[in-house]
Design a protein around this ligand. Structure first.
Ligand SMILES: [Zn+2]
Length: 94
């Protein structure tokens, strides 16, 4: 899926359509001491990244998220994208 580097879309702060910069949002690293991560590590201990007795399905496509930044007020807000097999490609300016 190819996406232009700037798109004209609605900004909730300006309350109108403005040009936005497009950036791909990627997941960061997990905090190892957070409660949910500790629970997950306890549950998967001894079974390589799987819970005991669970069959893991391999998903064919992933949902990706874009981060849009308003060029007028600099407000950033995410935009969810539909399922896609390929990674999102952001077109470079020429
Ligand atoms: Zn704005």
């Amino acid at each position: 899926m190819k996406i232009p580097a700037t798109i004209n879309t609605y900004c909730p702060k300006c309350n109108k359509h403005t040009p936005h910069k497009v950036k791909e949002l990627r997941k960061g690293t997990r905090r190892t001491l957070s409660f949910g991560q500790q629970k997950f590590l306890r549950a998967t201990k001894g079974y390589t990244s799987k819970k005991a007795g669970q069959v893991r399905k391999v998903k064919q496509s992933q949902k990706q998220t874009l981060m849009l930044e308003c060029t007028v007020c600099k407000k950033r807000h995410p935009k969810g994208m539909p399922h896609a097999k390929k990674r999102i490609e952001i077109k470079k300016k020429e």
